[in-house]
Every structure is written in C-alpha cells, then in structure tokens.
Ligand binder design. Structure first.
Ligand SMILES: [Zn+2]
Length: 193
C-alpha cells in the first residue's frame, strides 16, 4: 500500500470516520485482531497496523474479527459506495495532475460511464466536481497557511497557468486568490466560520 494512501486511511481510523468503512479493514498486528476502520476500541499505533482490502484477506492472514465492531456483520458498504471511496482515494492522491474520467476509469478497470453514474448516485455529484472540491480545499489551505506565491499554489493544485487558476478560484469562491489571502472570503468571513 502506498504510504500516502496508508496515511489517509490511518487518519480516518484515528478520527473514526466512516470514509473507508467496507473499503479497508484494520489488521492490528500486536493483537491479531481485525477491525472496521470506525472501531471504537483504542486506536492502534500506525506501526502495528496493516490495512486489508477485504475481510477474507485479513482472516486468511491469521486475524480474528473484533468482538466489539464485528467486521463480519452486516453494515459494511455495498460495492457502489466502496467504488466511490476508491475514486475519492485516487482523487486525493492525484488532484494535482490532469485527472480525467478516463484516467480514473482505467485505474479502476471499469468503464467511464459506469464510474460516472455510480459515483454520482453515491455522492450526489460527479468525480470532476469532487476533483474541483479537493483542489479548492488544498488551494485555500496553501493560501492561508503558507507563504507560497499564488502562481505556485495554482501549480500545486493542477493549474499550470496562473490566469486559469485565478479565474477558476474566483469562480468557485467569489474572490481572487490574493484577496482571499488578504482576508476577503466572499462574504464568508474567517471569524464566523
Ligand atoms: Zn474493532
């Protein structure tokens, strides 16, 4: 498993977020117990964790299902939600690259049509919209929390052209990146947030 992806999934485990429910199972090497990522038991150290794609894989590797979160019981995500979560993973890892529907579909070995349709059903918006949201979130963070200049912020979130980045950012937020850095939040001030 890619380190960046591991960190993302582990962070969800730490925060007990349901993002990876049914997508990954947490094998705890020290106890040989496998949990759902949302298990309420004490969070294992990252060095003691192996993530498994399926419960079967974890059981085969010698893990026993946790009595507390019962990963073998119903309630895990269906295949559509699991697919949507995989798409989110890919977008989080590659949002700074040119990310097309075809590219995502190729990575997941499914048709672009099926990907688009399933994702939209689960999330309520398209993978392209998700990519924009992830990019915007990272751009806003870089603008507010770093001294990286606006051109470089654009490059970091996949816009090689500063003018394209600026107009896209303004369209999404209502203010330019520079104005955003200077504290204008398009009517949504930092204090009230
Ligand atoms: Zn558990």
């Amino acid at each position: 498993m890619d380190q960046k992806l591991f960190d993302l999934v582990y962070e969800a485990v730490v925060n007990r977020e349901s993002t990876y429910e049914g997508v990954y199972y947490t094998g705890v090497k020290t106890t040989k117990i496998v949990c759902r990522p949302t298990c309420r038991a004490r969070t294992p150290k990252s060095t003691n964790v192996t993530f498994y794609r399926t419960l079967e894989d974890a059981l085969q590797a010698g893990f026993r299902p946790c009595k507390r979160c019962k990963p073998e019981a119903n309630g895990a995500l269906g295949p559509d939600a699991a697919l949507a979560a995989q798409v989110d993973d890919l977008i989080e890892l590659q949002y700074n690259e040119k990310l097309t529907l075809d590219k995502l579909a190729t990575a997941l070995v499914i048709s672009p049509y099926h990907l688009q349709r399933t994702y939209k059903q689960v999330r309520g918006y398209s993978p392209a919209e998700k990519t924009e949201r992830v990019r915007l979130q990272h751009a806003q963070q870089l603008i507010l929390e770093s001294n990286v200049n606006i051109t470089e912020v654009g490059v970091a979130v996949g816009y090689s052209s500063p003018s394209h980045f600026t107009s896209w950012f303004a369209r999404r937020t209502g203010v330019s990146p520079t104005a955003y850095r200077n504290g204008q939040r398009g009517g949504d001030s930092a204090e009230t947030k």
